[in-house]
Design a protein around this ligand. Structure first.
Ligand code: AMP
Length: 154
């Protein structure tokens, strides 16, 4: 939701690895249906194919999801900002319950939160150390959060 607003507001090219993953189920479904991360070589291959040229800059949505991915990215692209939408787990669970994607089933969501804590949360320190992290309170309406994201980036 927020990525689409940023794309429209700032003229960025929006690349969502989750969307790329869902568009290639034959390579990814065995992982996504268990709430696991798709292997780096698959995700990075999809990402490379989608980046193309983007004179106005790129908004990466859902990537990186691990320190290994962040290190790979750092070797190839310079980031200017990393936005963390900070939402309590119970609010995340409540939102996903109404979205109805296949990987939003309660057991899969639990696994995804576990994977988040183990694999993705270390990026808070990784990007904090690099002074790139913009932590935004993601609790609230889409409009309220959009205003905070905008303020964090300008
Ligand atoms: P998302 O739409 O960002 O919630 O992603 C949905 C699913 O796609 C995740 O639960 C992962 O299985 C997979 N996925 C998306 N982005 C990545 C990534 N950067 N690395 C590995 N798997 C990913």
């Amino acid at each position: 939701t927020q990525a689409e607003r940023l794309r429209d507001g700032l003229g960025l090219k929006h690349v969502s690895t989750g969307e790329l993953v869902r568009a290639h189920p034959e390579q990814t479904e065995r992982y996504t249906r268990e709430g696991r991360l798709v292997p780096d070589d698959v995700v990075v291959g999809l990402l490379r194919g989608a980046l193309g040229d983007a004179p106005g800059g790129v908004l990466l949505d859902g990537f990186p999801r691990s320190v290994a991915q962040a290190e790979l990215l750092e070797a190839h692209l310079g980031l200017t900002d990393v936005v963390l939408l900070d939402v309590p787990a119970d609010v995340v669970i409540e939102r996903l319950a109404h979205r109805g994607r296949e990987d939003d089933a309660p057991d899969t969501v639990r696994k995804r939160l576990e994977v988040y804590r183990e694999m993705t949360e270390p990026l808070v320190a990784f990007y904090g150390d690099r002074s790139l992290l913009r932590r935004v309170d993601g609790n609230g309406s889409p409009d309220e959060v959009a205003q905070r994201v905008h303020d964090a980036l300008t």
